[in-house]
Design a protein around this ligand. Structure first.
Ligand code: ZN
Length: 160
């Protein structure tokens, strides 16, 4: 049904195509289904994948032919106190970060990492100050954008 649908939709004069829905329950199957679908869509038109954006998935879906995607991961995780860093995720709302005067990520050049400490953001959260969520959201969005920028550079250099 996916192949049949992609053949039909791909034959219509749209400027681009969005793909979403059920992908078979696991990520391996998702990549397989994307391959089936993208084999049927015109290569010269952009392909958007709906709702997929865990960091570990991004290089794989791009390699499969996805041009753009959207996902709630950076903002959803921020609302739960999770910051993505070059060394993995950290839960800034945990008490131990109240005494941590490092930035969220030493390698990040976002304005949050340049101006605020983990301690301050953790304090904001303990004080039920919504600014904690805003700062984590801003950092996570910057982190994801930087991650994808690096992939774009690698594509231009022929590494991917
Ligand atoms: Zn940052």
């Amino acid at each position: 049904m996916r192949v049949k649908s992609a053949k039909f939709i791909g034959s219509l004069p749209f400027d681009g195509f969005a793909v979403g829905g059920e992908f078979g329950g696991d990520k391996k199957m998702m990549l397989k289904i994307l391959k089936w679908i993208f084999n049927e869509l015109p290569e010269n038109k952009p392909r958007h994948l709906l709702g997929i954006g865990f960091l570990e998935d991004i290089p794989k879906i791009i390699a499969q032919g996805v041009d753009t995607f959207d996902c709630t991961v950076p903002t959803n995780y921020a609302r739960r106190g999770i910051a993505f860093t070059s060394k993995g995720k950290i839960d800034v709302f945990r008490g131990r970060f109240l005494k941590d005067n490092n930035s969220l990520d030493k390698k990040c050049s976002c304005q949050v990492c340049q101006n605020y400490t983990r301690s301050y953001i953790s304090h904001l959260y303990k004080s039920q100050e919504i600014t904690a969520l805003r700062l984590l959201t801003e950092h996570n969005l910057y982190f994801f954008n930087s991650y994808v920028e690096k992939i774009r550079r690698d594509i231009k250099r022929g590494k991917i």
